[in-house]
Design a protein around this ligand. Structure first.
Ligand SMILES: [Zn+2]
Length: 143
């Protein structure tokens, strides 16, 4: 543990510009290179390289995922804003619609008949139901 950290510091000092992971890998390669290059060492080298590539792939994948997540979050943020805007607009339209329902529409076409308590094309004075009952009442009264 102590040896590894001291090697890290040494290599890190030599390759100052590089990232820490790259410096660690260079240290490993140096250690392998100093040994005898038999099949085992070569296998170790390939395994180390494979491991390094896998780490890079994982890191790159994570970076891409993070970027994608960030983009989606940004998109979501704008969609929420747009959604809020549309909701507000919808509320305005609803209010406007209610206004027209309450004012223009009943006056123009249908009114509440106070006699039969329905929205109809007639009103209290010429309600067919009232006329019918009035006629029968008149008949009753005259006879
Ligand atoms: Zn009526």
């Amino acid at each position: 543990m102590l040896e590894v950290s001291s090697e890290d510091n040494y290599v890190g000092g030599e390759f100052r510009g590089k990232k820490r992971k790259a410096a660690v890998t260079a240290g490993k390669l140096q250690a392998v290179g100093s040994g005898i290059l038999n099949k085992n060492a070569h296998g170790e080298f390939l395994r180390a390289e494979n491991h390094m590539l896998r780490l890079q792939l994982v890191r790159k994948t994570k970076e891409l995922e993070a970027e994608q997540i960030w983009r989606l979050e940004l998109e979501l943020h704008f969609m929420k804003k747009e959604n809020d805007f549309l909701k507000r607009q919808l509320e305005e339209f609803k209010a406007e619609n209610e206004f027209y329902k309450k004012t223009a529409k009943p006056q123009k076409t249908r009114r509440l008949c106070r006699f039969c308590k329905e929205y109809a094309d007639h009103d209290y004075r010429n309600c067919p139901q009232r006329r019918a009952s009035a006629c029968s009442e008149e008949d009753d009264g005259s006879n």
